[in-house]
Design a protein around this ligand. Structure first.
Ligand SMILES: CCCCC/C=C/C(=O)SCCNC(=O)CCNC(=O)[C@H](O)C(C)(C)COP(=O)(O)OP(=O)(O)OC[C@H]1O[C@@H](n2cnc3c(N)ncnc32)[C@H](O)[C@@H]1OP(=O)(O)O
Length: 300
C-alpha cells in the first residue's frame, strides 16, 4: 500500500469538508480546558491524541537511541495512517521519548550481515516511512529534542516545521558519507527543497552534522528554543498552522511535494534493487562494520 496521502487525497478530504465547530481554529477547545485525550501505543511508538485540539503527540520509543529498526518503521507507518484516518486528528508533533536523542537514524544492524530479502523488506519500509510522513495531509511538526543524524534528520525534514532544543551537544544532518554510504535521491531531494542545491551538495558530500546554531542559520531547523520549551513551542506553532483553512494548506503542501513523491513512487522498485545491490557489497558491509565498531569503542 503506497502511503501517498497527498496524492491520494489531492483535494480536500471528506473529513475536513464535513467541518467541526472549531474548524477555523482547532486549538480553541484546548484553550477552553475541554481536554479529551486518547492514548494509544504499540511497542515502539507512544501516541497521545488531544481530541479538543486535534493534535497528536507521537513519541519515538526505541531505547537507547531510537534507531529505526524494521519493527519501528512498520509501527511508525501504521500509526501515521491510523491518525490520518482519524477524523479527530489534524496535526502531529513528532518527538522522542529518549533523553538527548531524537533518532540515531536507520538501525545499522538491519543493514549488516542479512539476506537480500531482508534488505529489500527493510528498504521498502524506509521508503514507506518517507512516503507516509512526507505525503501526510496532516500538519506535522518536528520537536527535535536531541541529536538527529541521517534518517533521523530525514524524518525531521519531512515535517512542515522543525523546532530544536538549543543544546550545544545536539547535532543534526545527513551524515551518510561518513559511514561510507550514499543518501538516496529522495533524501537528497528532501534536503534540497529545504536548503537549496549548493548547500545540500556540500552538506551531503561532507556528511555534515550541524550544531544547533548552524542548523538554524542554514534553515535546516526553523526555531531553536530552550530544552524545556520544545513541547510547548511545538504546541503553539501547530495551533497557528491548524488555523489556516485546511483544504488550502493541504493543496499547497501537495503542490510543493508532489513532484518529489511521484519520483520515488515511479522508481520505487529500482531504488530497492539499487539499495540491495549496494548494501550487500563486501566493501560497504566492511565500512558499516568499521563504523559500528568505532561507535562501540568510543564508550571504552
Ligand atoms: C544506500 C544506503 C543509504 C542508507 C541511508 C542511511 C541512513 C541512516 O540513517 S544510517 C545511520 C546513521 N546513524 C548514525 O550515524 C548514528 C550513529 N550513532 C551515534 O552517533 C550515536 O550512537 C548517537 C550520537 C546517536 C548517540 O550517542 P550515545 O548517546 O553516546 O550512545 P551510543 O553511541 O553509546 O549508542 C548506544 C547504543 O546504540 C547503538 N547505536 C547507535 N546508533 C545506532 C544505529 N544507527 N543503529 C544501530 N545501533 C546504533 C550503539 O552501537 C550502542 O550500542 P551498544 O554498544 O550495544 O550499547
Amino acid at each position: 500500500m503506497a502511503a501517498l496521502t497527498l496524492l491520494r487525497r489531492g483535494s480536500a478530504p471528506a473529513r475536513l469538508l464535513s467541518g467541526t465547530l472549531n474548524a477555523r481554529n482547532p486549538c480553541i477547545g484546548a484553550t477552553q480546558g475541554c481536554h479529551l485525550r486518547r492514548h494509544f501505543s504499540n511497542n515502539k511508538i507512544l501516541v497521545e491524541l488531544d481530541e479538543a485540539s486535534g493534535v497528536a503527540i507521537m513519541k519515538l520509543n526505541n531505547p537507547p537511541v531510537n534507531s529505526l529498526s524494521l519493527e519501528l518503521l512498520t509501527e511508525f507507518c501504521i500509526t501515521i495512517e491510523k491518525l490520518e484516518m482519524d477524523r479527530s486528528c489534524r496535526g502531529v508533533i513528532l518527538t522522542s521519548a529518549a533523553p538527548k536523542i531524537f533518532s540515531a537514524g536507520l538501525d545499522i544492524t538491519e543493514m549488516c550481515g542479512k539476506s537480500a530479502e531482508h534488505y529489500a523488506a527493510f528498504w521498502r519500509a524506509v521508503q514507506e516511512l518517507w512516503l507516509t510522513l512526507y505525503g501526510s495531509n496532516m500538519v506535522t511538526i518536528a520537536a527535535i529534542n536531541g541529536t538527529s543524524p541521517a534518517a533521523g534528520c530525514l524524518m525531521a525534514m519531512c515535517c512542515d516545521f522543525r523546532i530544536m532544543a538549543d543544546n550545544p551537544k545536539y547535532t543534526i544532518g545527513l551524515n551518510e558519507t561518513q559511514l561510507g554510504i550514499v543518501a538516496p535521491f529522495w533524501f537528497k531531494d528532501t534536503m534540497t527543497n529545504i536548503l537549496g542545491h549548493r548547500l545540500t551538495e556540500q552538506s551531503l558530500q561532507l556528511g555534515q552534522m550541524y550544531t544547533t546554531p548552524e542548523a538554524l542559520k542554514i534553515g535546516l531547523v526553523d526555531q531553536l528554543v530552550p530544552e524545556d520549551k520544545v513541547q510547548s513551542t511545538a504546541a503553539a506553532v501547530i495551533c497557528n498552522w491548524l488555523a489556516v483553512p485546511a483544504h488550502a494548506r493541504q493543496i499547497t503542501k501537495s503542490m510543493m511535494r508532489k513532484q518529489n513523491i511521484e519520483r520515488l513512487v515511479n522508481h520505487r522498485e529500482a531504488d530497492i534493487d539499487n539499495f540491495v545491490n549496494f548494501i550487500g557489497k563486501d566493501s560497504i558491509q566492511k565500512s558499516l562494520q568499521v563504523y559500528m565498531d568505532r561507535l562501540k569503542q568510543r564508550k571504552q
